[in-house]
Design a protein around this ligand. Sequence first.
Ligand code: ASP
Length: 345
Amino acid sequence: MKKILSLMFVFVVATFAKPTIYILATGGTIAGGSSGELNASYTSGAIGVDKLISAVPKINEIANIKGEQISNIGSHHMNNDVWLKLANRVNEILNDENADGVVITHGTDSIEESAYFLNLVVKSNKPVVFVGAMRAATSMSADGPLNIFNAVSVAIDKNSFNKGVLLVMNDEIHKAREVSKTNTTNVAAFTSSNAGKIGIVNYGKVEYFDEKKHTLNSEFSVKNLTKLPKVDILYAHTTDNEDLVNFCVENGAKGIVVAGMGSGSLYPSVEKALVEVMKKGVVVVRSNRVGSGTTDAGPGVSLYDEKYGFISANTLNPQKARVLLMLALTKTDDIEKIREIFRTY
Ligand code: ASP
């Protein structure tokens, strides 16, 4: 009996500790159904909110989810009546102190208009996140479930407050004011062509670009500095070799930034050489040669960073990672402190 009571207590505490997110469904491809998984023509808004939610069981681990159906239409049929109903309901929900945020599932054709409308009439600083999908729920590799998981992750993130209405699609976070549909079929269909996306979300890991420290909040200073530690950049490639790693260290490098392949991956001989030079106190930072995206996520993280102690450059390109590593080395040679610096700046 005692055991059952304590289990119930744990369940109740866990339930109440989680934020409460409302998912308001309006229809669209994200709720679309077709007769076959390779069928490009489908019916928008064929699936109800309960089914949408049950396709993403993982969201129940991060939030208390409450689903409501506002409409179930293709967004090319969106109209002022639905907008007024949706906006009133969002305001009502967010006025409730037990509600922490709202995710709105919507067709992609007019999602930018609805998001901008709500951006102007919602009276709350709590997160409101629009989400859609380019592939129907019944399609092969449907993008809806992960988009929903990511949208809920953004809605529960403390940095999503006060940002206005947001749109999450294809691992990107956009502002309603800026975003537009810019491709008819691709899963990467949304762009904020003037201002750019404001963050990324990778399997639920949210990263806003504007949360980084600078100037007055920067711990670095040039006062009393006469020179900077030597940090070199190496460019990864197929049939790579360790010669340049050793050359850099023999010539006084205190740090090495690698422009790794993909999300910062390395050729085996280079990986081995970097592990060796780390043992001699050289700091290794993994950036990438790809040009965009983060090295905080991806197949190498647990091996390179967690096992070997390399540091991820986050979204910094190799040349900027070099700047930060030089400055970091003016303050400390403690790997964990430098890792924290790369999360902060
Ligand atoms: N026509 C669909 C809609 O806007 C397209 C989509 O959702 O992607 O509802």
